[in-house]
Write a protein that binds this ligand. Structure first.
Ligand SMILES: [Zn+2]
Ligand SMILES: [Zn+2]
Length: 249
């Protein structure tokens, strides 16, 4: 869920070869993307279908199809798990006519299959990224993504409850962007949905990451509590995610 200074969820990646992609496109992300890059040139990778990760896609579609001088020149990848393409199509159709449910005029639909690496933005020899989806635990099919490019690596949990797969997802990465929705709360939270800061820290410690970035903290929650919780289980570098945060090689 976004806040006054935090469109969410969405993460922009620019490779050394100039190619770009976005991980998730929740409310406010399309607006920020317009300040940073050509929205019609980005590949789009989705962790899952929940609206706080996809709600800006209809706006992006309008840009890609109807911008008078800069519509999308090429089809870009739309990557996501399970039946997400159909569900995103239905969401867009509800805002236009029925033909909007087929996005194949402007996107190449690619299913994110856990464990099957994808080349995004070109082959690795041409500066492209190797992106590997991992199955996460959430009420709908959800993947986290491990991204390796240009001698730098990061992992993104998407939304997930604790799972051993987090350790595999984030093993040895430079930066682990991990959700900590429950902050310092462990008891009385719904099962199989989200993580606390304690769990995010535990995943970071077991995976041996260099830096942990806590994200997906609701605007009405206290991020400092998530930070303190994570510090009890991970003694490496930890920060709360914020708008405009950058990292890379
Ligand atoms: Zn979700
Ligand atoms: Zn979410």
């Amino acid at each position: 869920m976004g806040g006054p200074n935090a469109p969410a969820s969405g993460y922009f990646v620019e490779l050394d070869n100039g190619r770009t992609f976005v991980l998730d496109m929740g409310p406010g992300v399309f607006v920020e993307l317009q300040k940073t890059a050509d929205p019609a040139a980005c590949e789009l990778l989705l962790s899952h279908v929940h609206p706080d990760h996809t709600a800006d896609i209809p706006g992006l579609l309008v840009w890609r199809r109807f911008h008078p001088t800069a519509p999308s020149k090429n089809k870009n990848l739309l990557v996501g798990p399970a039946d997400i393409h159909q569900r995103i199509g239905t969401m867009c159709a509800a805002m236009g006519d029925e033909s909007d449910s087929d996005l194949s005029d402007t996107f190449i639909n690619v299913r994110a299959v856990p464990g099957e690496a994808l080349m995004i933005g070109g082959e690795p020899s041409d500066g492209g990224a190797v992106v590997t989806p991992f199955e996460m635990v959430h009420p709908v099919p959800t993947v986290g993504y491990r991204v390796e490019a240009d001698g730098f690596s990061f992992a993104y949990s998407g939304d997930s409850a604790w799972t051993e797969k987090l350790v595999e997802l984030a093993r040895g990465v430079d930066v682990f962007i991990c959700e900590a929705t429950w902050c310092a709360k462990e008891d009385g939270v719904p099962p199989n949905m989200h993580m606390s800061g304690y769990e995010a820290g535990r995943a970071a410690a077991l995976a041996g990451v260099k830096k942990l970035v806590l994200t997906h903290i609701p605007p009405y929650a206290n991020g400092e509590e998530a930070l303190e919780a994570a510090r009890t289980t991970f003694d490496g570098d930890i920060e709360l995610a914020y708008l405009g945060m950058e990292f890379g090689s």
